[in-house]
Write a protein that binds this ligand. Structure first.
Ligand code: R5P
Length: 295
């Protein structure tokens, strides 16, 4: 094994030079098979190369999360505004209309609840069932530095192998333990490890300092997780900054479904992601959509 990377030499991330992917629009995906590329083209819009993924899988470890108590009433109406949906097979089969025709990013890990050690996960969906549900990607949590770090990596490489057999891309979600430091260095480590081990998409948190180092050192697309509910302007600014610093989209949950007007919020996030709308203009858009809906 090489020694830990303690070199004092300045690293060079070439943050201003986008990685080339000749022949395909999506970073690091140009050498994948047709089925993988077709599924990725459903999740990421080929016109912008970006996605607004709506994450509603929180119940798999924390039960009826605020805003997700009634997915049929609160979430189904906003699904048409998402580019892709990240959710569990239980919600998919019990509530999501099959006529919706949105790409599904299927949560395939689980086990512990919020009452226990969250990194103690196992795979929870077979590849046969993922194919049966016609999913566009499979996904799981990876706990770098967590108690069950190695098992979660093993879960990931197993899921990636299953996905490769079926032509289904895998998205790894970098989960951060309660007491762990969320900084650029940590996410560089976590994202690069998952990409090196074969993940096709990374989902990770935004950090205000050096986020471009996380995206530039990750050879596959990164989508930004939203995290806990923020004031609307802060959530819009965070999404804008992440996109400008190399993210290929967002996978947001609470900042959309816990907003005062989730439908207005998801449409506004769409403008920020696909059209580079600046935060102040986006806030005006959100306020005016909200006002229209109240009339
Ligand atoms: C949490 O573990 C789930 O995977 C969520 O999908 C993820 O946290 C993103 O949702 P939020 O934007 O609410 O953080």
């Amino acid at each position: 094994m090489p020694e830990a990377d303690t070199s004092k030499a300045e690293k060079n991330f070439h943050e201003d030079v986008p990685q080339k992917s000749p022949g395909f629009f999506l970073k690091g995906s140009q050498n994948l098979d047709w089925g993988m590329k077709n599924r990725l083209s459903r999740i990421f819009r080929p016109s912008s190369g970006r996605t607004v993924m709506l994450a509603i899988d929180h119940g798999y470890f924390q039960g009826p999360t605020t805003g997700l108590e009634r997915v049929d009433l609160n979430i189904v109406p906003i699904m048409p505004y998402a580019d892709a949906l990240m959710l569990t097979r239980g919600i998919l089969r019990s509530i999501v209309p099959p006529t919706l025709n949105k790409p599904i990013v299927m949560r395939c890990s689980g086990g512990p609840s919020i009452l226990k050690e969250l990194s103690d996960e196992h795979l929870s969906v077979s590849i046969e069932d993922a194919i049966r549900m016609n999913v566009s990607a499979i996904t799981l949590q990876v706990f770098i530095g967590g108690e069950y770090e190695s098992r979660s990596i093993k879960n990931m490489t197993k899921l990636i192998d299953m996905g490769i057999q079926a032509g289904i891309p895998t998205m790894a979600v970098t989960a951060v333990g309660k007491d762990m430091k969320r900084d650029s260095k940590y996410f560089q480590l976590a994202c690069r490890m998952c990409a090196e081990l074969g993940a096709n998409i990374l989902k990770t948190y935004y950090v205000p300092e050096d986020f471009a180092k996380v995206t530039s050192s990750c050879p596959v697309p990164i989508v930004m997780a939203g995290g806990k509910k923020l004031p609307v302007i802060d959530a819009l600014t965070m999404a804008y900054n992440a996109i400008q610093q190399g993210a290929s989209g967002v996978d947001m949950g609470r900042n959309i479904f816990q907003a005062d007007d989730p439908k207005a919020m998801i449409q506004t996030i769409g403008k920020v992601v696909h059209e580079d709308m600046k935060p102040a203009e986006a806030l005006d858009m959100y306020d005016s959509l909200r006002a229209d809906a109240a009339r």
